[in-house]
Design a protein around this ligand. Structure first.
Ligand SMILES: [Fe+2]
Ligand SMILES: [Fe+2]
Length: 257
């Protein structure tokens, strides 16, 4: 099974770049399943119906998320189990939505999970390690794809080694900067610390660079808008065998118009 996974999609520039990339490349690259991180799809904020529909209609099969999942109240209707959005699994259970989905792709069952790191992110989360452990134990799925949305590379590295050989792929998101450390960990787990961002390439991790610089200079919080200009696609292609072991992980880092 070949999975195409897009890092954080940021605003309109990101949505358009992703939909265009799928239309141009899905067939050529023999992709079976498209997964994307939706943490910033609505002008840098989390999912709403309009932006969700644009990506699902454009060919994304499952959307994962992160710390921006609750930005818009209307996200709750998108967390219905008939929809294709999953929220981080380790938000306390009192919240709506599920942290993983199990679907079938060409006769192979795959569990897709969204997990949020705890270092420099959100207070009050359950343990990403223990929560995913529990779900894996319960579902007993051979093929498991995990989006680990986290800030610290140390937490991501530890998470990768902890689950090595027990999941098919761990692809990091959230920093918006692609790392060049993709590898197959012991036991057949594809790993990358951060896939990067699909969005404006000339801003500061997606936002207007002047607004960002002003905030650093002044130390006064201001609202941010997405940067203008050309975009970029940051993604990976992970190939997984029928036994659930990863065969390869390849990075994509392209500028768009
Ligand atoms: Fe993000
Ligand atoms: Fe994030």
């Amino acid at each position: 099974m070949k999975i195409l996974f897009f890092g954080d999609i940021f605003g309109r520039t990101g949505r358009r770049a992703v939909v265009d990339f799928i239309a141009r490349k899905k067939k050529e690259l023999s992709i079976d399943l498209v997964i994307a991180n939706a943490d910033n799809i609505s002008s840098g904020k989390g999912p709403i119906e309009k932006t969700y529909n644009e990506l699902i209609d454009g060919g994304v099969d499952v959307l994962t998320c992160g710390d921006h999942i609750w930005d818009n109240k209307e996200v709750e209707v998108l967390l219905d189990d008939q929809k294709k959005l999953i929220r981080p699994i380790n938000y306390p259970k009192i919240n709506p939505g599920e942290g993983y989905k199990i679907i079938e792709v060409d006769g192979q069952k795959i569990m897709i999970a969204s997990v949020l790191g705890r270092v420099f992110t959100t207070e009050g989360l359950d343990s990403p390690f223990a929560t995913l452990d529990e779900a894996i134990e319960k579902e007993k799925c051979d093929t498991i794809f995990v989006d680990f949305h986290a800030e610290a590379t140390s937490e991501k590295n530890a998470f990768g080694h902890y689950f090595a050989g027990r999941v098919s792929a761990i692809c990091g998101t959230h920093t918006h900067v692609q790392t060049a450390d993709e590898k197959i960990l012991e036991g057949g787990t594809a790993y990358i610390s951060d896939v990067g961002m699909c969005g404006p390439s000339e801003g500061v991790i997606g936002v207007d660079k002047d607004q960002s610089i002003k905030r650093f200079l002044s130390a006064i919080p201001t609202s941010f808008e997405p940067a203008e200009g050309r975009g970029q696609i940051n993604a990976v292609i992970v190939e997984i065998g029928e036994d659930g072991k990863a065969k390869s992980i390849d990075r994509i880092n392209e500028l768009t118009d």
